[in-house]
Design a protein around this ligand. Structure first.
Ligand SMILES: Cc1ncc(COP(=O)(O)O)c(C=O)c1O
Length: 402
């Protein structure tokens, strides 16, 4: 009975959140009228997260020695509590969580700390949809070790699972893939990739930077060996990211950095970003209090659908990625506009307050696979709405039809 009552309260508070409303995100409520459509790069911050940084620096800062709780609150306890909150969020245990600055540092950390497991002629497998953060560290490691980097090709815009299976040999030592592409919004068949790797006892690293802001990630269900993400793409401050290391794999890693604090966490030498971890903890609470993933996904997919329908009315536009997939569960749309300069379009939009991303989106492999130079990427989060899309499409029609 008590559980039912709590569940009803939770449902009532979740349903109160208004998808598409910019209230509660101070950067979106200024006279400048910012229309922020670059959420795959970073998200705007809710008032609670901004306030948490002030709270941290007013009430926790400078008491790292743990004892001085009379003068201020205990920052180490807050930092370790952030670890517990993150662990609960992805259904891990707190010993499996290492704080880093972001996904890039997280992948470099694993590539460095796990490097001694790689020998000459060994093989590492990644996909053709990876961000450079999940490509260049492995490329570099392979070059240093004389190992081979294999890239799973695409078939009809998706990772070719047959080619992946054929690529795995007795020399394959690691598979590193993302869950959703940051360049085209394409989903990767992570479940199948991990299941096949497990049959061969090959560890898998999953970069969930583009997934965790939009869907529930549960490491017990997904079953990766390593998992990384950045906080700033999910409402947290910059400067904090997470590496999950499955307990059974921890012994395989050597420290990445050496210095003070290693007695507390072997992989976190130096002064930690405790304030940002506190911000991440607050961002997670914001998700738990407000965001229903299924409603969020529907909201974002509707925006993608509306945008794709609008773009298809503009001559010369090419949309990259699987349109049907984006319309059903996407959060971003990447496109080019014929011979129109995408950077000039980006600048025009920016002048009118619309922030989109133009370029290769730090994914050299996607650019090669899809054969584009630069694209315009529009990416949404909960505060975007149909009006943002309609206004953007009208501006694009104006600038593309001249
Ligand atoms: C899929 C993916 N992986 C890694 C990164 C790198 O994240 P960060 O720059 O926060 O380290 C990004 C950033 O765009 C991303 O989208």
């Amino acid at each position: 009975m008590k559980k039912l009552f709590l569940a009803l309260i939770l449902c009532a508070s979740l349903s109160a959140f208004e998808y598409g409303s910019k209230g509660g995100f101070p950067a979106l409520n200024k006279d400048s009228g910012l229309v922020f459509l670059n959420n795959a790069a970073t998200t705007q911050k809710p008032r609670e997260v901004i306030d948490s940084l002030v709270d941290y620096y007013e009430n926790y800062n400078g008491c790292l020695s743990r004892g001085n709780v009379v003068v201020c609150k205990n920052p180490m306890a807050s930092y370790e509590n952030s670890r517990i909150v993150v662990a609960d969020f992805i259904n891990a245990s707190s010993e499996e969580i290492v704080f880093v600055r972001g996904a890039t540092e997280g992948i470099n950390f694993i590539a460095h700390s796990w490097a001694h497991n790689i020998e000459k002629d060994d093989e590492i497998v990644i996909s053709a949809l990876e961000h450079n953060a999940n490509y260049l560290p492995w490329k570099n490691l392979c070059e240093v070790k004389g190992a081979k980097l294999h890239v799973i090709p695409l078939k009809d815009g998706h990772v070719d699972i047959g080619a992946y299976k054929n690529m795995i040999t007795s020399k394959t030592k690691l598979i590193a893939i993302s869950k959703i592409s940051n360049a085209t919004g394409t989903y990767l068949p992570v479940k199948e990739i991990i299941a096949f790797a497990k049959e061969k006892d090959i560890p898998v690293l999953v970069d969930v930077s583009q997934a965790i802001p939009y869907e529930k990630i549960d490491v017990k269900i997904m079953n990766p060996d390593f998992l990384v993400f950045s906080g700033h793409k999910m409402f947290s401050p910059e400067g904090i990211g997470v590496v999950y290391i499955k307990a059974e794999r921890r012994e395989e890693l050597t420290p990445y950095m050496y210095g003070g604090g290693m007695d507390i966490n072997l992989f976190e030498a130096g002064t930690p970003s405790a304030a940002d971890a506190y911000g991440l903890q607050t961002a997670i609470k914001f998700y738990q209090d407000n965001i229903d993933y299924s409603k969020l996904q529907k909201h974002l997919a509707r925006l993608c659908s509306r945008l794709i329908d609008g773009l298809e009315q503009i001559e010369g536009v090419t949309i990259y990625g699987d349109k049907e997939e984006l319309k059903s569960k996407g959060h971003l749309v990447s496109f080019s506009a014929g011979d129109k300069d995408p950077f000039a379009i980006g600048r025009y939009l920016r002048m009118l307050g619309f922030v989109v991303r133009v370029g290769t989106h730090c994914s050299d492999l996607s650019r090669e696979s899809f054969g584009y130079n630069d694209t315009i990427r529009v990416s949404f989060h909960c505060y975007n709405n149909a009006e943002d899309v309609d206004r953007l499409v009208n501006l694009l029609k104006r600038v593309c039809n001249v």
